[in-house]
Design a binder for this molecule. Structure first.
Ligand SMILES: N[C@@H](CCC(=O)N[C@@H](CS)C(=O)NCC(=O)O)C(=O)O
Length: 243
């Protein structure tokens, strides 16, 4: 893979099945099933272990050089409308949460997996809060724990390794408490499966690589993970972007 692919599908996802990549694939799968004939996409595997994400062609899609990234071929970048260059075709979005919001705004008009920011002000705000919780807390802490355990074992002091696991456990406990008497993180009653859940569950799914080997002490979290993962969209999304 040395360049972006022009496809017949309106949306093209560049990804790898990591906890940051899976939420976008899972959402696209949910949207595809919920809006048949309206939402469709193709996916390209970006080989993170070969450094494909740092190649020049990919950095035109995501200047940060990371997955996930999405190109929407039904739109163009502001200012690019008159360009003929194929590089300028499509509107590119980087960062998992930004992509989820973009898809919600443009492809989930009935708020099936989101909340109406005007009519459901509190729910929408809570969804943003849990998205931020994962994006700025759970995900980076997960990354640190995995790094010292899988990528660079023995390179971190016991203090650093233990502190990261302790902080991650705290995030697990926050989720455990939130999920008391609820099925999903946000929504009235028992809640509704939304972006907030989609962004978070893949991190919990991979808990073993962080050093938290069992979820037995987090029964609500464990049940929620099973509930989220039993969805076809989750199972399909989990496979997207594999080599
Ligand atoms: N904040 C970003 C983080 C993305 C991220 O960390 N992606 C990782 C994979 S999970 C990646 O591409 N790593 C390869 C690299 O940084 O070179 C997001 O949520 O999209």
């Amino acid at each position: 893979m040395t360049s972006t692919t022009t496809t017949s599908k309106p949306l093209h996802l560049y990804t790898y099945p990591t906890p940051n990549g899976i939420p976008v694939a899972a959402y696209l799968e949910e949207l595809k099933a919920a809006y048949p004939g309206v939402v469709d996409y193709e996916a390209t595997h970006v080989d993170l272990y070969k450094g494909v994400q740092k190649e020049a062609w990919f950095k035109k899609v995501n200047p940060v050089g990371q997955i996930p990234a999405l190109v929407d071929y039904t739109r163009s970048r502001p200012g690019d409308d008159d360009k003929k260059d194929s590089d300028s075709q499509g509107f590119a979005i980087f960062d998992g949460v930004a992509i989820l919001f973009y898809l919600a705004q443009n492809y989930d008009k009935e708020f099936k997996f989101s909340f109406n920011p005007v009519k459901e002000v509190e729910e929408f705000s809570e969804m943003v809060q849990w998205l931020m919780f994962t994006g700025s807390g759970l995900a980076p802490r997960f990354g640190e724990c995995r790094y010292y355990r899988v990528v660079a074992p023995g390179k971190g002091s016991d203090h650093v390794v233990n502190r990261n696991v302790e902080l991650l456990r705290n995030f697990f406990s926050v989720l455990e408490a939130r999920l008391t008497s609820r099925d999903y993180l946000v929504g009235r009653g028992k809640g509704k499966y939304s972006l907030a859940d989609m962004r978070a569950w893949p991190h919990i799914k991979f808990h073993e690589v962080t050093g938290i080997e069992s979820l037995e002490e987090y029964p609500n979290l464990k049940a929620w993970l099973e509930r989220c993962f039993e969805r076809a969209g989750s199972k399909n999304g989990f496979e997207v972007g594999k080599a």
